[in-house]
Design a protein around this ligand. Structure first.
Ligand code: WT7
Length: 684
């Protein structure tokens, strides 16, 4: 069944922005052979304060043997992203159009924001940022839940040329502190707290801890701006409801919405309320014109050495790439309601909750909650409520919702859906088919979009009106993208085969550097194969030319679509006083895709017991975040190492799954350790 080809439905194809494979091929060829022309025509749809110069449209070097890596698009042009996303849409008559429907964690909390109101709020907050001393090039850290103030804060940064650095509000205070320190942010924006399902997160207090840690390392954040989110939920008519629409929520016995129990601590010199600052702020703010290659944002992603990498995206290229991928991959048309379930704290949320949709004047759902609250049919009820036409989510969410059976899906009217999207990890064919047949009632196209924080937008993906789909294949490259498969020696694999997935030339939305560390950028992505950007993923090409991304080839693992490195988790575990050594590998997991399996060598005299295991799990939660919690902590009196001391994770991965076919162990310093580790496997 999984080998079957699924064709786009003809009704969708007839109206699609790209409606056939012939059109896709012709556009793709042009985008590769004449990138200046292809993207130049697209650039004309945007506003440029200083026009794009044809002769300097595109220059790059992908080969470090020829000098430093650089990527330049539209050099010399100037623009402003918030102007293109907001002013332009309002001027074109779209002021009353809904930009976002906000749907709270509690189904009784919802509101909406038009393009006109969004522009006004963005300008007011841009003026607040200015009053806090923020100017062009300054970094602003953001640690917020999925509320309307989050896109407002981001776009306010772009209004004045400040660089936002969003940290997912599920990260621990340590992770937040590390990211604030690396970017030397001047201001931090957060909320008092937030409900995630039935769990209350004390975001402001996590920020207090993080700012304390940052201070100890010699950096001081000047202002912390706090949205009174909990407070307004308990008092929808109160002052904290800063014009971003009204929450319609009412207090229900105070269980979900009482802010008093938060017990906020407050530093009068540093902390201020968002709504107090907004009260007197002017609702207009002239945009700062940014050069095409000026920084837009930093977003940290895990690196295989443990220290997070500050992926830097710039202005013009990211704008046109986010806009173009959104238009073609989701086939968005006026009147559609689009919903991406990703948190804005990840790249998917940056590009496909905020920048891509707004650049297209789209109407989206911004969802604060979880798929499981108040019940396990929340996603389907939201699709039904807003008559969502494009629904973009992750395989891990699909797999966890499959478990609850078909009834919860069938209960709701999902006939508004036209396009479904998947992102974060390879989607297994079982989940694909369930998504296709049940959620998409056999008529929606599925866009299995392969991309990375680094790529800025989709790079391998079907187009819903054009590409015949194979369940589990991300299919073909997007416009401007030229993938290759390389073997160990860097030779190109032609036709059917498998290899390292690399890209031959830059597309406008790709990263430009790692913040403050261009050297690491070059060695991480351009050193392994000269002349190519190396994704770190492996892929297969089948006889029909379809690409199948098989997963990471480095020491990275993907838990529920969250990328992390084994090194990052190992260093946290090794800090525990009872731990002599730790080695972490990934193990397949039915819902999460992969989970963490940790081998621990305790110090002399330490008993390896449940208490130690619990402490270690807690430590990882606290230091990295709840999503990184290990599933298994195994006792390892010794680890399989080569004579030079390198841990052979290949063998540990076999032990984790109980597969005795460990392959060649002759290079091990002590072969006996393998059998011992098999014996000590916990029964899980
Ligand atoms: C890694 C990037 C960019 C979106 C969210 C994750 C894996 C992502 C797919 C897909 C197979 C995928 C890759 C990639 N990945 N989408 N459709 N099929 N694998 O961003 O945290 O930067 O992770 O996620 O391994 O390298 P990220």
């Amino acid at each position: 069944m999984a080998d079957r080809i699924y064709y786009p439905n003809s009704e969708l194809a007839a109206k699609a922005h790209c409606g056939s494979m012939a059109q896709y091929k012709q556009m793709h060829e042009k985008s590769i052979k004449e990138p200046e022309k292809f993207w130049g025509e697209i650039a004309k749809e945007f506003y440029w304060e200083t026009p794009v110069l044809d002769n300097k449209f595109f220059s790059y070097n992908f080969d470090i043997t020829k000098g430093d890596i650089f990527i330049n698009w539209m050099e010399g042009a100037t623009t402003n992203i918030s102007f293109n996303l907001l002013d332009k849409n309002v001027k074109n008559g779209g002021g009353d159009k809904i930009a976002f429907y906000w749907e709270g964690n509690d189904p009784d909390d919802y509101s909406r924001l038009t393009y006109r109101k969004l522009l006004e709020e963005v300008c007011r907050f841009a003026n607040v940022l200015k009053s806090k001393g923020v100017s062009k090039g300054d970094r602003v850290a953001i640690y917020m839940p999925m509320i309307l103030e989050l896109p407002i804060a981001m776009l306010a940064c772009t209004r004045i040329g400040a660089v936002h650095s969003i940290v997912f509000a599920g990260y621990s205070s340590d992770s937040l502190a590390e990211r604030i320190l690396d970017s030397k942010a001047k201001v931090l924006i957060t909320t008092d707290g937030v409900w995630r399902g039935e769990k209350l997160l004390h975001l402001k207090s996590i920020c207090d801890d993080a700012l304390e840690k940052v201070k100890k390392h010699g950096h001081e954040v000047q202002s912390c701006i706090v949205v009174a989110h909990m407070r307004r939920l308990s008092n929808p008519q109160g002052p904290a409801n800063c014009g971003a629409g009204k929450t319609n929520g009412v207090v229900k016995n105070g269980t979900q919405t009482n802010s008093n129990e938060l017990n906020l601590s407050w530093d009068d010199d540093r902390d201020c309320w968002w709504h107090d600052e907004m009260e007197d702020a002017e609702p207009s703010c002239y945009p700062v014109w940014m050069a095409a290659e000026d920084p837009l944002f930093i977003l940290y992603t895990s690196g295989s050495t443990g220290k997070p990498k500050g992926v830097l995206h710039t202005t013009a290229g990211y704008l046109i790439y986010a806009a173009t991928t959104f238009k073609y991959v989701f086939d968005y048309h006026p009147g559609d309601v689009y919903w991406c379930t990703a948190d804005i704290g990840w790249i998917t949320g940056h590009t496909y909750v905020v920048y891509g949709p707004l650049a297209n004047g789209a109407t989206s759902v911004l969802f604060e909650g979880t798929p499981f609250f108040p019940a396990n049919d929340r996603y389907w009820s939201v699709v039904d409520k807003y008559k969502v036409s494009q629904f973009y989510t992750a395989p891990t969410a699909i797999r966890s919702l499959m478990k609850f059976g078909d009834g919860l899906v069938k209960k709701h009217d999902l006939s508004s859906l036209k396009v479904l999207g998947s992102v974060g990890e390879p989607i297994n064919s079982e989940a694909w088919l369930w998504f296709y047949n049940l959620v998409g009632h056999g008529v929606c196209s599925i866009a299995d979009t392969f991309w990375q924080t680094e790529t800025g937008g989709h790079v391998i993906t079907p187009l819903p009106g054009a590409t015949p789909m194979k369940p589990g294949s991300a299919t073909f490259p997007f416009f401007g993208v030229l993938p290759e498969l390389l073997d160990e020696d860097g030779h190109i694999v032609e036709g059917e085969g498998e290899g390292y997935l690399v890209f031959r030339q830059p597309w406008p939305g790709m990263m430009r550097t790692l913040y403050g560390n261009h050297q690491r950028f070059q060695t991480t992505y351009f050193d392994r194969f000269h002349g190519y950007y190396c994704t770190g993923d492996g892929a297969k090409r089948d006889a029909d030319g379809y690409l199948w991304v098989t997963g990471r080839v480095d020491d990275m693992l993907n838990v529920s679509g969250h990328l992390m490195s084994t090194a990052e988790v190992e260093s946290v575990l090794a800090e525990h006083l009872s731990v002599a050594e730790a080695a972490v590998v990934s193990k397949p997991h039915a819902v999460k895709g992969q989970c963490l399996y940790c081998f621990i060598t305790p110090n002399e005299g330490v008993t390896f017991d449940k208490k130690l295991q619990d402490e270690l799990k807690k430590k990882v939660r606290e230091r990295i975040g709840p999503f990184a919690q290990p599933d298994v902590i195994q006792h390892a009196p010794g680890l399989p190492k080569t004579r030079s001391g390198k841990i052979m994770r290949r063998i540990l991965r076999k032990i984790a799954v109980g597969d005795k076919n460990v392959g060649d162990t002759s290079t091990l310093a002590d072969e006996g350790v393998v059998e011992l580790l098999f014996q000590l496997r916990p029964q899980v």
